[in-house]
Ligand binder design. Structure first.
Ligand code: ZN
Length: 488
């Protein structure tokens, strides 16, 4: 595959040719979930977006080290610097050890990702497993004069940083404007400025998750883990950092500031952000009653759902929109995705059954180039899907005898379609599997009827069933134990 990948870089706000630092190696860091609740619709989009990137980079010949973290400590309520730790709160309510909560929801997340056919990352580090790295990085930031200690906690000094570097370079926020809009909040008296953020927090006596540090028994600030773990596994400078648009500020802005304050330069060269999923044009939120978990989506057990949706329907739904566009969830949109997915899978299954002719009446020479060009254009999966639908139309015409395909073209068509449908878009033919389950249930019924006929010595019926099954390629084998069947 001859690829020239162009990516939209959120940092420079323009499309740029992707040139890795050390080809063929690519370092990719993506912010993973905070594991305190069931994975929901909002988790599906970043997971599938960066899975698409991971798969495409690999198909283009890169060796990708994909790091996606698990946040199991330090993420406080309302993404703020005060309040309860999200995991500790859940543990308190359920009378569990915080790590039991984290492990349970990590398993649930992995299970959902597997069903969505999202590949596991190369490394999945946990924030709680990298306290030492975080403390070392905080110390560096302190040594460089961009942080201060206050009552056992350590805060990032945004004003001092902004005098030398640029705070707001990713999100486009301007510090002067932020200063005039923020007021001192309760519980933040330790900070010099309300927009300073915690690198290390001294733990209150009732706080369970705590570690010793030079400053106090406490825990790291939420943004710290990603700076420390990306540096640990990908180096001080690496290729791509990804995440949802909702993480751009404050999380990613603070990550950039921390890495720059510690190392003297920015960490990631390309920043990529996927847009959000809305539900009937509204932001998803527990308080709005439109919060849908992936489990509910797959079982249909939610008042907003007209039916259950299969994991591949959800994946297809996400891929049908460009990752930087908004994506609105509705039953109509999901039902359309279900039909689209089925049409594509039926096309692939027809392709596998096509007979070749001496010559081709169709032209497939530009197909791979067009599909690659669409992916190279900032991962334009909707264009890839519409090209694939064109292929399905062509496949059906060949199947109906309206067009012909040579043996050589058929082999090539199969290779290209399999590469893009299964390896790059990461779809899985669950339809085929569903049908085989259905077929085996139907065959159980048919063979039971034949068994009844045999017992009643109705040989005409029993032979008729066997012969007619044989005519459609199903061979019935009789033995002392009963009857079995197989497809020829
Ligand atoms: Zn992060």
């Amino acid at each position: 595959m001859d690829s020239k990948l162009i990516l939209y870089n959120t940092l420079t706000r323009r499309k740029q040719e992707f040139e890795p630092l050390h080809p063929p190696f690519v370092g990719l860091y993506v912010c993973g979930p905070t594991v305190y609740g069931d994975p929901h619709l909002g988790h599906a989009r970043p997971a599938i977006t960066f899975d698409l990137l991971f798969r495409y980079l690999r198909a283009a010949g890169y060796k990708v080290r994909y790091v996606r973290n698990i946040t199991d400590v330090g993420h406080l309520e309302n993404d703020a610097d005060s309040g309860e730790d999200k995991i500790a709160k859940k543990a308190r309510l359920e009378e569990l050890e915080p790590m039991e909560v984290a492990q349970y929801y990590t398993n649930r997340y992995h299970d959902a990702m597997q069903r969505l056919n999202v590949l596991p990352p190369s490394i999945e580090p946990h924030a709680s497993g990298h306290i030492i790295e975080q403390i070392a990085m905080i110390q560096k930031i302190l040594d460089h004069g961009f942080a201060y200690i206050s009552n056992g906690s350590v805060y990032f000094d945004v004003e001092a940083y902004n005098k030398k570097y640029h705070y707001g370079k990713l999100s486009g926020r301007v510090l002067d404007e932020m200063m005039s809009h923020t007021r001192t909040l309760d519980g933040q008296e330790d900070k010099r400025n309300p927009f300073d953020f915690a690198l290390w927090k001294k733990a209150a006596p009732e706080h369970i998750m705590r570690w010793p540090s030079p400053w106090s028994d406490g825990f790291p600030g939420w943004h710290m883990e990603c700076s420390a773990m990306s540096t640990r596994y990908l180096g001080e400078t690496f290729d791509i950092h990804g995440g949802g648009m909702d993480l751009m500020f404050p999380h990613h802005e603070c990550e950039i500031a921390q890495s720059t304050a510690a190392c003297g330069h920015d960490s990631a060269r390309y920043w990529m952000h996927n847009n959000m999923i809305t539900i009937n044009e509204q932001k998803m939120g527990k308080s709005l009653g439109n919060f849908i978990t992936l489990e509910e989506l797959m079982t249909g057990n939610h008042k907003l759902l007209a039916q259950p949706y299969s994991p591949m329907t959800i994946r297809f739904f996400v891929l049908q929109a460009h990752y930087r566009s908004t994506l609105d969830f509705s039953n109509d949109a999901l039902q359309a995705a279900e039909k689209g997915y089925e049409r594509l899978m039926k096309g692939v299954s027809t392709l596998n059954k096509l007979q070749s002719s001496a010559t081709s009446s169709i032209d497939i020479s530009g197909l791979e180039t067009r599909l690659t060009a669409a992916m190279d254009d900032d991962l334009n999966s909707p264009i890839v899907i519409s090209e694939l639908f064109e292929c399905v139309r062509m496949i059906n015409q060949i199947h109906d005898g309206k067009q012909t395909i040579s043996d050589e073209d058929l082999t090539e068509l199969k290779r290209v379609i399999h590469l893009f449908v299964f390896d790059i878009l990461g779809l899985r033919d669950d339809l085929q599997n569903d049908n085989s389950e259905l077929l085996s249930s139907v065959m159980d019924i048919v063979l039971r009827i034949r068994q009844d006929a045999k017992q009643a010595k109705d040989w005409t019926t029993s032979d008729k069933i066997r012969n007619e099954l044989s005519a459609i390629g199903i061979k019935v084998k009789d033995s002392k134990e009963g009857s079995d069947w197989e497809c020829e």
